[in-house]
Design a protein around this ligand. Structure first.
Ligand code: HEC
Length: 170
C-alpha cells in the first residue's frame, strides 16, 4: 500500500502557479499602456538656490531679519487707501477680506480675530504683509511701504501714535 505522496499535488500546484505567472507575464506588456496613470502637466519649475532667495525673507518675533527702512502711520494711511482698502475696507474695518482692526476679547461666543487682539508681535505683521500682501501682488512692496503699513495697522488698533516711526529697532 503506497502512502499518498505529499509532493506530487504540491508540485502540480507549483506548475499551475508557474503557468499563471507565464500568462500574466505575457499579457502585462499589453495592459501596461491602459493601466498607466496619465502624466500631469509639466510645471517646468526647477528649484535653485537663486530661485528661492526672494522667499527667504523671514522676520522672527524678536526682530531678526528686519531690513533697513522706516515708516509712520501717516504714510501708511496713504498706502493703505491705495493698496489695501479695496479688500479690507475703510480703516481696515473689513470689506471683502479680513477685518484688521478691533480689540474685542477672543473668549466671547463669536471671537473676531484682528491685528489688534490676535497678532502678538509687530514683527509678524511686517513679515506677513511683506510676504503675502496685497493678495493680488505679493512681494511687490518696498520695505518703507511695509514699515508704514505696519505702523498704520498698529495705529488703527490703538497701539502706537500716528507719528511713531516703525523701523528695525522700534
Ligand atoms: C485682493 C484683496 C486683498 C488686498 C488688495 C489686500 N488683502 Fe490683505 N488679505 C486678503 C485676504 C483674503 C486675507 C485673508 C488671507 C488668509 O486668511 O489666508 C488677507 C489677510 C491680511 C492680513 C492678516 C489678517 C488676519 O488677521 O489674519 C493682513 C495683516 C493683511 N491682509 C494686510 C493687508 C495689507 C497691508 C494690504 C495692502 C498692502 C492688503 N492686505 C491688501 C485680501 C487682500
Amino acid at each position: 500500500m503506497s502512502m499518498p505522496s505529499l509532493s506530487s499535488p504540491s508540485r502540480s500546484g507549483l506548475r499551475r502557479v508557474g503557468r499563471a505567472h507565464l500568462f500574466i507575464g505575457l499579457l502585462l506588456p499589453l495592459w501596461t499602456p491602459l493601466l498607466a496613470v496619465p502624466e500631469g502637466p509639466k510645471l517646468g519649475v526647477s528649484i535653485t538656490q537663486e530661485s528661492i532667495l526672494p522667499l527667504d525673507i523671514s522676520v522672527f518675533p524678536e526682530g531678526t531679519g528686519l531690513p533697513p527702512g522706516k515708516g509712520t502711520a501717516v504714510e501708511g494711511k496713504m498706502q493703505f487707501e491705495a493698496l489695501c482698502q479695496g479688500c479690507h475696507g475703510v480703516k481696515g474695518s473689513g470689506g471683502d477680506a479680513e477685518e484688521l482692526v478691533g480689540r474685542s476679547p477672543l473668549n466671547g461666543s463669536r471671537p473676531d480675530q484682528t491685528v489688534g487682539n490676535y497678532w502678538p508681535y509687530a514683527t509678524t505683521i511686517f513679515d506677513y504683509i511683506r510676504r503675502a500682501m496685497p493678495l493680488n501682488a505679493p512681494l511687490s512692496l518696498s520695505n518703507d511701504q511695509v514699515y508704514a503699513l505696519t505702523a498704520y495697522l498698529l495705529y488703527l488698533n490703538g497701539i502706537v501714535t500716528e507719528t511713531s516711526e516703525m523701523n528695525a529697532t522700534t
